[in-house]
Write a protein that binds this ligand. Structure first.
Ligand code: SAH
Length: 346
């Protein structure tokens, strides 16, 4: 049986250099190939024109380049673009380009499906099949950057890890992908323009702080009352608000970076004065801001967006307590590209 070829982009630059030395070539060749793979985005060894034919054939024999393929592209009337991305093993994830007046944001996936169980999220209904590799995450960003140039005539400005999956459950690969996105050998983007959104995995938030990451952190809070949070996000039974609070205090002490709480207000779930009071209290633990997200219905009507009045009450209470608050309007709803709607419908 033929041995499966290894994905060459799973190798670090050092490992690539070592490979060339091991076949009697120069270590420097590793740098050249690395540049082709990451900076120039080569899809095949053939493209590597400054590498000799023999060497290319040798690489071909040992490795593959597992590039993602944009299988299907949908464009919303508001300019949002959703990519259905096919991975080397045939699995599909989705990523989204979100243009506003001032920014173009890529929303990328970190897992195929999701292992968490948020009741209001369409992705949670898909079984978690596997973690994405660093290059599969990186490729989604490159694809969106190209589409941004093509359809909107401007480069990508921001990246959010708010697509399918829980990024902190794929910690190592997500961080490796961010290394590539921010490095000069990759896209050279500033980490300040990257936001990782987590449903709140305390242990891993502490790890982010220990690793001294320089990107932004957003936490999907949705309720600051333990009992309510458990109802809508059952995994919160194991990842409690107390632990989350402690991890965020740790994060702030180490990084001095403000955290964003993502928050949807639903009718009869978290639209009462006590819900607001609990959120205000939670927001005072460390410097933070709140992003109120519009609910994107996913089907059976179990959840409904709260009234405008309830949302205004949230805004009023937060502002009164000098906690910055913004309201995120949904984009790309007509193509199921909005938050929580990514579910491989195509
Ligand atoms: N797993 C990560 C990132 C993916 S979700 C996380 O939970 O943060 C990105 C954001 O969309 C999260 O804040 C999530 O709670 C929110 N979301 C999920 N389903 C939604 C829906 N139907 N409508 C609006 N926002 C939703």
């Amino acid at each position: 049986m033929q041995q499966e070829k290894k994905d060459i982009r799973a190798l670090s630059k050092e490992e690539l250099r070592d490979f060339f030395v091991s076949i009697g070539d120069k270590a420097f060749r590793g740098n050249q190939v690395y540049e082709w793979l990451w900076n120039k985005g080569a899809h095949s060894f053939e493209e590597m024109t400054n590498i000799s034919k023999d060497t290319r054939a040798h690489l071909e024999e040992h490795f593959t380049i597992n590039h993602i393929k944009v299988d299907h592209l949908q464009r919303s009337t508001d300019g949002t673009i959703k990519n259905a991305v096919k991975l080397y093993d045939g699995l599909i994830v989705e990523s989204v380009l979100i243009p506003t007046e001032t920014r173009t944001t890529a929303c990328v996936s970190s897992q195929v499906g999701c292992s968490l169980d948020c009741k209001f999220c369409a992705t949670a209904r898909l079984k978690r099949m596997r973690n994405l590799n660093p290059d599969e995450i990186y490729d989604q960003v490159v694809a969106i950057h190209r589409e941004s140039m093509l359809y909107h005539n401007r480069p990508l400005s921001n990246i959010v890890f708010m697509g399918m999956g829980e990024p902190l459950m794929n910690y190592k690969n997500v961080l490796l992908s961010i290394d590539k996105i921010t490095s000069d050998e990759g896209l050279g983007m500033s980490p300040k323009r990257i936001t990782l959104s987590t449903s709140g995995v305390p242990k891993m938030i502490k790890k982010l702080a220990d690793d001294e990451v320089r990107f932004n952190l957003a936490v999907s809070l949705h309720s600051a009352i333990q009992e309510t949070r458990e109802k809508i996000m059952p995994f919160a039974k194991s990842f409690t608000l107390d632990d989350l609070k402690e991890s965020l205090e740790y994060w702030y002490a180490k990084t001095k970076r403000i955290v964003t709480y993502e928050y949807v207000v639903w009718k009869n779930v978290n639209d009462k004065p006590e819900d607001i009071k609990a959120l205000v209290k939670f927001c005072k633990y460390i410097p933070s801001k709140v992003n109120l997200i519009e609910y994107n219905p996913i089907d059976d009507g179990e959840f409904q967006q709260a009234s405008d009045r309830a949302i205004d009450q949230y805004i009023e209470a937060l502002e009164k307590n000098r906690i910055p608050v913004t309201v995120r309007r949904s984009r790309g709803k007509d193509i199921d590209a909005a938050c929580g709607q990514l579910a491989n419908k195509q």
